[in-house]
Design a protein around this ligand. Structure first.
Ligand SMILES: Nc1ncnc2c1ncn2[C@@H]1O[C@H](COP(=O)(O)OP(=O)(O)O)[C@@H](O)[C@H]1O
Ligand SMILES: [Mg+2]
Length: 367
């Protein structure tokens, strides 16, 4: 599965872009501020319905435009599917797949599974638990058909419960009904997450070890979001005074975390920044592998400024791993030669593009 064509209009400094892409490797070089990250942002918008740079999407729209649009032609098993996302200044969103308007961004994610590797991606190990929950959810969402529905139901019940916690008086019977459903959904979510992460771990280990031997004994365990030695319904009951006081639910899968260790120590505490990056990349490549194994499809990798993030040896290794995966890759960097040197023989279908002041043109190279 890959993007065959990409059109971008009015997104940051990209006013009017039309590209035919390689199914494998797409390299974008250009000076700082030329529009490389904006291009990845456009692809991300297409696959997620949001930006990875700002929560406020109006800043994404070109200052002289009213709307920004990303349109892509996805090719999968010989079938072309148009996907389009547009967003106007009034907050009006439009998501379309195959000409049909769709309501939820999750349908975009299903149609175009994306993995983003950028400087913030390294928060996966050192950042807050939300980064690791997002990582877990990406994986389970893409291999477990039921997960999206389960999470939607859970979010609804959590919202209801939190709203009850804000009332002065609580109807015990009503709360008991919500809590029972809450516990049931929480256990199902936890179970799917654990099965997924267990399956993922040996792949993470293998890739991490290939990239850096001392990362091979990486280990992790899942914190489900409550004290596992206790029954969740009991935990909810015991902690209810605090939940009511702070008007929110303190236990459940929305508080889950992944505890990542190296030699039994917290990875974020002992690894160097470079090692953290390699481990984070290994975990994301591993997700791509498992996704591929399970579904026969491969996701798209967006890699922002790879040369700035890793040394040359690791850059090459990462690229080789991705080439073996057969995934479509988009890599940006300032230096043209630096990017071209990443792929020696592993990529036989590669396109190079030059980004200059918001314009992008294909740049011929001799391979
Ligand atoms: N809403 C906007 N309208 C027009 N230009 C913008 C907007 N937002 C950002 N820019 C400009 O777009 C340019 C491209 O930024 P970016 O994609 O981050 O460049 P690169 O990744 O190549 O360094 C920057 O010069 C930035 O000032
Ligand atoms: Mg950039």
């Amino acid at each position: 599965m890959y993007l065959k064509q990409l059109h971008v209009h009015g997104l940051r400094n990209l006013k009017h872009i039309e590209l035919s892409l390689s199914p494998q490797v797409n390299l974008f070089h250009g000076a700082n501020g030329s529009g490389k990250t904006s291009l990845l942002e456009a692809i991300f918008l297409l696959g997620r319905g949001r930006s990875f740079r700002s929560r406020i999407l109006n800043t994404v729209i070109n200052t002289q435009e009213q709307v920004c649009t990303a349109y892509g032609l996805r090719e999968s098993s010989g079938v072309s599917t148009p996907i389009g996302v547009s967003r106007g200044r009034q907050g009006d969103f439009l998501f379309k797949i195959n000409g049909q308007q769709i309501a939820a961004a999750s349908a975009l994610a299903e149609a175009l599974p994306l993995l983003l590797l950028n400087a913030e991606g390294f928060d996966l190990i050192g950042g807050g638990p939300q980064y690791r929950r997002r990582f877990i959810d990406w994986g389970v969402f893409h291999v477990e058909h039921n997960y999206r529905h389960l999470m939607q139901r859970y979010q609804r019940v959590l919202k209801q419960r939190n709203s009850l916690m804000r009332h002065d008086r609580i109807d015990e019977q009503v709360l008991a009904v919500w809590d029972a459903e809450f516990v049931e959904l929480a256990q199902q979510i936890d179970c799917l997450r654990k099965v997924y992460l267990q399956e993922l771990l040996p792949i993470v280990r293998k890739i991490a070890c290939e990239l850096s031997e001392d990362l091979g004994d990486v280990d992790y365990s899942v914190f489900p979001g409550w004290d596992e030695t206790k029954d969740l319904s009991e935990v909810l009951l015991t902690d209810r005074p605090r939940d009511r006081h702070l008007k929110t639910t303190h236990h459940g899968p929305h508080r889950a975390d992944l505890r990542i260790r190296i030699k039994k120590q917290n990875a974020a505490d002992i690894l160097s920044r470079g090692q953290l990056k390699i481990l984070a990349i290994s975990m994301q490549i591993a997700q791509g592998y498992l996704f591929n194994n399970k579904t026969g499809r491969s996701g798209l990798y967006l890699i922002d400024d790879l040369p700035a993030e890793l040394d040359i040896k690791h850059r090459r290794q990462v690229c080789e791993r991705l080439a073996v995966l057969g995934a479509q890759i988009f890599v940006t960097g300032v230096e043209r030669e630096g990017l071209l040197n990443l792929w020696s023989d592993s990529a036989n279908d590669m396109k190079l593009f030059h980004v200059e002041q918001g314009c992008i043109r294909e740049d011929r190279y001799t391979g």
